[in-house]
Design a protein around this ligand. Structure first.
Ligand code: IVH
Length: 668
């Protein structure tokens, strides 16, 4: 291997990293990338003297720290004056005009206000040598090892002639999807969930072990600069263009409509409303827009006042928070027996939606926030996440308010609840607790499980309370007479219910496994298990050794499956269901006709989206949720939206339902 070939390979990897993480437009598969990466590692093992700090292998290398070292910013990191409305934008414009003593227009550069935490990247001779948090604006903490794990941050600027010094400032974020996954993980592992993506990003960046940060998938958007040498920018726009070309992630590289350069203040106001509407469709949180005077000369002339520049303002969106009073705290028992405290509140409108309930997660969270019945609380909604209590206004606390404790007995069946050492969740472990049974039945009939369309949650409650069902198999024994006796049921609705129960008997093994509600076995794992075993009995009898070797099934999941099937009541129940005529279609192994293909499904199609995804995975393919260069086909039904646009933009072949069927017909 020649040194020049090594450098070529390194450059190639840097390029693909940039295409994937900065531009969101990968050109090679993850598999090919991993192969190249491994090649680089192999070479570096043989020639350690070639390794430089900008090698992609150097992103996660640092050992855990005892504490972060402090470092002063060369230029203080200021904050922004906040404004809240269209009128405030106009007022900001007038202030700028007055200060500059000009009556003509001013050009503004507008972009989203990212809701994360600020960092400063320090590049010396093009190499990333430092990364500081904002701290108090004067002194920050050096989080370089952690920042290096953010894949969109270049370790070296992509230019032949880098300046001796360039400090770039930006915001570190966690995407909403990654936040949801992280919190699910935290909860599953008995850790405290994060309140919002910003806290999760902050918690992840301030980890002493860079490996933890690396696992958290952070993003960065650059928006400003600190100190620099040898450079000559005229404007904010100039700066963005230059750093964008050097490989730094800026928002205009991926979302051009989220940048506006205009000398018309009315356009700024329109942009503010436009971005506010986009807010919930973005993969990350923003909390306003930032309006900056574009010209750097004018910026200098305007200068700063107190600790904020006169040349910029943050125009915040209406908060998705509200204040209300907690009337009661109730405890809900879920399918897994987990006791979840929920605040019942006076109705309050937050971001256009009326909210009456907010989750309090668990006892640790209640204690941390010290929420009591009668308290005035701030609640917040973040996108489609369940509303939650953020904080308590202690000044408004009534004298008689007492701290809330999750009961020691299950509110539904009164058996003693257990709390496993190290877990934050209290659980009712009574397998016949009515709440657990009802929730399990609801799960069993739900759309992604047995899909008994006409058996909704209310009807399950009614049937259970009338003692008509208690086990899954009871559902298949319901008769017309019993159903007609229920309130609000007539001939027509009863025959619909019975028909949908009958229809559900023909299902797939994957759906059946999922419907059993085994802890940690979601839809995807159920599919993997169905493909692997092809037979429910084989799964029931699988040993721990057989389970842990399956990819996607870790020891925790294997353990849960193994223990669940040790329960003979469940296996007898399964036998009963099979005897009642539950059958699995396509449980025979299909030809892997879609092997290696990634098919994204979008729009309205003749079958349920999950069924189609299953058809794809059963045939060896995979179905990602978003379109990228790695997508082989997009299967598009009616009213397909942005995924279809993206496919057209990337030139990904598009299939209609007939095409798709042709693709899979020769597989039996
Ligand atoms: S420009 C003088 N642009 O908001 C500071 N800041 O309240 C100039 N922020 O500390 C900052 N998105 O962390 C700027 N597009 C953006 C921003 C942004 C988020 C944050 C930044 C700053 C805080 C100011």
């Amino acid at each position: 291997m020649k040194h020049s070939d090594y450098l070529k390979l390194k450059k190639e990897l840097q390029k693909h990293n940039y295409l994937y993480h900065v531009l969101d437009k990968p050109e090679i598969s993850d598999y090919d990338f991993d192969k190249m990466f491994q090649q680089l590692l192999d070479i570096e093992q043989e020639k350690p003297e070639w390794v430089e700090p900008d090698s992609p292998t150097q992103r996660v290398g640092g050992a855990p720290l005892k504490q972060f070292s402090k470092q002063d910013h060369r230029e203080p990191m200021l904050s922004l004056q906040n404004s809240f409305s269209a009128d405030d934008i106009e007022a900001f414009h007038q202030r700028c005009l007055k200060f500059l003593k000009i009556d003509k227009s001013i050009t503004y550069y507008c972009e989203p206000k990212f809701d994360g935490l600020a960092v400063e990247l320090i590049y010396e001779d093009g190499l990333l040598t430092g990364a500081l948090t904002r701290g108090d604006g004067v002194t920050g903490e050096n989080v370089l090892s952690n920042v290096k794990t953010i894949q969109s941050v270049p370790l070296r600027l992509n230019t032949e002639n880098p300046p001796a010094l360039l400090e770039v400032r930006g915001e570190v974020l966690m995407q909403k999807e990654d936040f949801k996954k992280l919190n699910q993980f935290q909860q599953d592992n008995g850790e405290t969930p994060f309140a919002n993506p910003r806290n999760a990003a902050a918690g992840s960046l301030r980890q002493l072990d860079p490996k933890v940060t690396a696992s958290r998938l952070l993003k960065l958007f650059c928006y400003g600069f600190g100190a620099y040498t040898d450079l000559n920018f005229n404007s904010q726009n100039d700066f963005a263009k230059v750093i964008g070309a050097w490989g730094l992630p800026t928002i205009n590289l991926t979302k051009k409509d989220l940048i506006l350069i205009t000398d018309d203040v009315h356009k700024v106001i329109e942009f503010y409303h436009f971005v506010e509407k986009q807010r919930h469709h973005l993969p990350f949180d923003i909390d306003g827009i930032v309006v900056k005077v574009n010209s750097l000369d004018l910026q200098n002339e305007l200068g700063t006042i107190a600790r904020s520049p006169r040349w910029a303002t943050a125009v915040k969106f209406k908060p998705e928070q509200g204040q209300t009073i907690v009337k009661d705290i109730i405890v809900q028992v879920g399918r897994t027996g987990a006791l979840t405290p929920v605040a019942v509140m006076n109705p309050v409108k937050v971001g256009g939606v009326t909210i009456t309930h907010a989750t309090l997660h668990n006892q640790d969270e209640i204690d941390r926030k010290d929420v009591r019945i009668g308290d005035t609380v701030t609640i917040q909604r973040a996108g489609d996440v369940i509303p939650e209590v953020v904080s308590v206004d202690l000044k408004k606390r009534p004298k008689e308010a007492v701290a809330f404790k999750i009961p020691k007995k299950c509110p539904e069946c009164h058996s003693t609840v257990t709390k496993i050492e190290g877990e934050v969740v209290s659980r009712c472990v009574n397998p016949i607790c009515p709440a657990v049974v009802k929730e399990s039945l609801k799960h069993f009939v739900s759309r992604k499980a047995m899909n008994i369309e006409k058996l909704g949650e209310k009807l399950i409650e009614q049937l259970f309370n009338n003692q008509l069902i208690k086990n899954y198999s009871d559902i298949y024994q319901l008769n017309k007479k019993e159903l007609l006796n229920l309130e609000r049921q007539g001939e027509k609705s009863v025959s619909n219910i019975l028909a949908s129960i009958e229809k559900s008997k023909e299902t797939t093994l994957a759906r059946f496994i999922f419907s059993l509600g085994i802890r940690y076995v979601g839809e995807q794992t159920a599919r993997v298990l169905a493909n692997h075993f092809g037979d429910i009995k084989k799964l029931e009898n699988a040993s721990m050794d057989e389970l842990v070797v399956i990819s996607d099934v870790g020891p925790k999941v294997a353990n849960s499956i193994y223990n669940t099937f040790k329960n003979k009541t469940l296996t007898l129940e399964i036998d009963k269901l099979l005897a009642q005529g539950i059958q699995f279609k396509s449980s025979k192994k299909l030809k892997p006709s879609l092997k290696g293909l990634n098919i994204v499904v979008t729009g309205t199609l003749p079958l349920d989206r999950n069924e189609i995804k299953q058809m794809i995975t059963e045939r060896g393919g995979k179905s990602a949720s978003s379109v990228s260069k790695n997508t082989n086909y997009v299967l598009a039904g009616e009213s397909a939206g942005s995924k279809l646009d993206k496919a057209e933009e990337l030139g990904v072949p598009i299939l209609n339902w007939e095409d798709f069927q042709k693709l899979i017909t020769n597989d039996q």
